[in-house]
Design a protein around this ligand. Structure first.
Ligand code: ZN
Length: 341
């Protein structure tokens, strides 16, 4: 499923928390992401309950962002959109218990059917609860490549060190029912929801926007003050994607829901774009001065730390990001390979 690459780059990048059962994973995520919890949140919480693993924010009329709670038990952000005739959910968390809580939250707001869940990408921290939503009646929509990668690339994402419980969870993930190549419009009565493919994070990412509410669910194309996982990324294209999203006509008035971290505005999206651009620029400069491997990482990490050292998960992800960025610039980076159409 992957194109060739030097094994020295890939072999060491399994997530260490993959060895742990889900609750252990949750604890690690809680530790790494706590520093990101103070980013500006433009909307007041509609519900902040110790009973749920997420904090629900109404970010527009009938549009809700479910932001991973302070303990990071849900594993990622999600959300949902209530239209005239039903509900569209965006992403399903890592922990299915959080997904069950999301269904309960939806049921507390509307009796309309849950029509769809849109997966922003294949990673199990965003698709882990798809089965719960399917059982609740949802049709699963994802970019075309997701169906091929769900039950292959997720093992790679977790470093091949999945626990039996995690393996069972990934094995049981339901396949998407509808595949999107480039874009898809969902009409919920009068409400329009736009799905659009954007490159950069995995090669199979959808951004979900609700134009009437000026809300954009970015998935992991946007991490708000949290260092990103670029294991599947093509950073050069990712920077261009975020620049395009930030330059959209309504961007200043838009709420951008990240895959990880708190709700953002266009300035937060620009800060993330700056993070990726700085990573790319610094690694390119180090390569140009003849550095490689550990010496390159030693030169770049302090530069990144000076600018972004207070971001969540920084110490964990930045050494990996530098290695992947160098591989991308070397032309040896491996990314998930799309199936032939
Ligand atoms: Zn994620």
């Amino acid at each position: 499923m992957r194109s060739p690459l030097g094994a020295d780059i890939m072999g060491e990048f399994g997530l260490p928390y993959a060895r742990l059962p889900l609750r252990g994973l949750v604890a690690i995520l809680a530790m790494t992401f706590t520093a990101a919890a103070n980013a500006a949140a433009p909307a007041a919480p509609a519900a902040a309950s110790s009973q749920t693993e997420f904090v629900l924010h109404e970010v527009g009329p009938g549009v809700y962002a479910a932001i991973d709670g302070p303990a990071h038990k849900a594993g990622s952000n999600a959300g949902f959109i209530i239209g005239d005739n039903g509900v569209v959910v965006v992403d399903s968390f890592f922990d299915p218990e959080a997904t069950r809580q999301l269904v309960t939250a939806i049921r507390g707001l509307t009796a309309k059917p849950i029509l769809y869940v849109v997966n922003t990408h294949y990673h199990v921290d965003h698709t882990g609860g798809d089965g719960v939503l399917k059982a609740a009646g949802a049709t699963i929509i994802a970019q075309r490549n997701v169906r091929a990668w769900l039950h292959t690339e997720n093992y790679h994402l977790l470093g091949g060190r999945v626990t039996p419980a995690l393996k069972a969870q990934i094995d049981a993930l339901p396949d998407p029912d509808i595949a999107v190549d480039r874009s898809l419009t969902l009409w919920l009565g009068a409400r329009r929801v736009e799905l659009r493919y954007w490159p950069g994070h995995t090669g199979g990412d959808l951004v979900v926007s609700v134009p009437d509410a000026k809300v954009v669910f970015c998935g992991d194309l946007f991490w708000n003050r949290v260092s990103p996982n670029v294991i599947d990324g093509t950073v050069g294209r990712w920077i261009a994607t975020d620049a395009s999203l930030a330059a959209a006509p309504d961007a200043v008035a838009t709420t951008f829901v990240p895959g990880h971290g708190e709700l953002g505005k266009v300035g937060d999206l620009a800060a993330f774009e700056d993070y990726l651009a700085t990573l790319s620029t610094q690694v390119a400069a180090a390569r140009a001065s003849g550095l490689s491997g550990a010496a390159l990482a030693d030169a770049v990490e302090p530069q990144m730390k000076a600018r972004f050292g207070d971001w969540g998960a920084f110490a964990y992800f930045v050494p990996k990001e530098i290695g992947f960025m160098a591989a991308e610039l070397d032309g040896t980076k491996v990314v998930p390979k799309p199936e032939a159409p």
